[in-house]
Design a protein around this ligand. Sequence first.
Ligand code: CIZ
Length: 299
Amino acid sequence: MIDKIKKLKDERDALILAHNYQIPEVIDVADYVGDSFYLSQVAKESDKKVIVFCGVHFMAESAKILSPEKTVLLPVKDAGCPLAEMVDIDELEKFKKQHPDAAFVCYINTNADIKALCDVTVTSSNAVKIIKKIPNKKIVFLPDKNLGEFVKENVPEKDIILWAGFCPTHRRISKENIISMKRIVQDLVVLAHPECEKEVREIADFVGSTKEIIDYATNTNYTNYLIATEEGVIHSLKKMNPDKNFYVPGLSATCPNMKKTRLEDVYESLLFMKHEINIDEDIAAKARKALEKMLELAR
Ligand code: CIZ
């Protein structure tokens, strides 16, 4: 299957991108692995005609928004993100009318029509930096309340109103599991994603995005790390740090949507050129502004 994918990839002039949360086989067949923003940038800078985005829908959509001239494929059509679905467009429009003086900041985990209504998009790596630079004192942050709370803690000078969204996978990571793991494993360093609940972030030694977690574990010299995010990152962590031990906080930190893509889906995606991402041009143009504003402010 791997050979067949590689051959077809060359014939199609395609690039395969895999998010950090994908299954190991898909990560290993990809040309680039990383977070959604990094992968969208790789897609934009590539001279390949076709991008196979192994991830969830909003990620492939962001790549298409930034590279409208390319064919962007999402191997599994119903690989969605429940967090991205937690913003209702009518409610957002109502909120915008209620807060005309606020800057609307959306996490990259949103659909294109929601990005189109926001001033700037952020990722978990750059949310704090970008929100500090926005001139408005009042910020509406959506949809993840945990990442929003983390930003609030780090940017106390802003008046930040939070949406009530959450990632069901990160919500399942419990403080109790982490505490019991700490009792079993000596000198366990806890690295948590900002999408985790506050009580988990509070007992973590470090809070950061998937890229920041991978960088932290790679650039420090501890032996035992507990990874409080979707367990897919552990494959890359082990490859990069064969002498370190990585633990999960129980067995529930698996995102069912991220695990939908198998090698067969990647192959079929290239063979039948499915499932192509298409976005209404007006929505894509507005959403592109929010993504490009992020590129400008993240510099
Ligand atoms: O930005 C991403 O890809 C997500 C959803 C998480 C992360 O921290 O990389």
